[in-house]
Ligand binder design. Structure first.
Ligand code: ZN
Length: 134
């Protein structure tokens, strides 16, 4: 079973998608297995975080130290789209996550949420693929 979930995003937005992923697991009626969450875009990412206001501000500010928006990127010469930093950030965080589930529930930590991170320079529509693997 492969589900596709679409999100409308804004730059630097971090969206908690845990409930949507859990819904796919619940709908599958499988007791245990693993779910792959994957985003097929090169300027956004999937990871986990404690979804609270402090970290939602800390994450973009730390990313701006690692791959600053103001730096020069060769990519910007290729397409002129000005999102070299977005691609670098997306590659560092990664496009996917595998989460095991047991008794039909995601095996996440108490303070651990699955998030979609928008890293591009403008609002986008993003499709997240959710696949039960076993
Ligand atoms: Zn680009």
């Amino acid at each position: 079973m492969l589900e596709k979930i679409t999100f409308k995003t804004k730059p630097d937005e971090i969206i908690d998608i845990t409930d949507k992923v859990q819904s796919v697991v619940s709908k599958s009626k499988k007791d245990e297995g693993a779910v792959v969450v994957f985003v097929a875009h090169s300027t956004c990412a999937i990871t986990t975080i404690e979804y609270e206001p402090g970290l939602r501000k800390d994450m973009p500010s730390i990313l701006d130290k690692i791959a600053p928006k103001s730096a020069d990127y060769e990519h910007n010469k290729t397409w002129g789209d000005g999102n070299g930093y977005s691609h670098i950030r997306a590659s560092l965080i990664g496009p996917s996550l595998t989460v095991p589930f047991e008794h039909g529930e995601l095996c996440l930590g108490q303070w651990q949420q699955i998030v979609l991170m928008e890293l591009d320079t403008r609002p986008r529509e993003r499709t997240v693929l959710v696949k039960i693997t076993s």
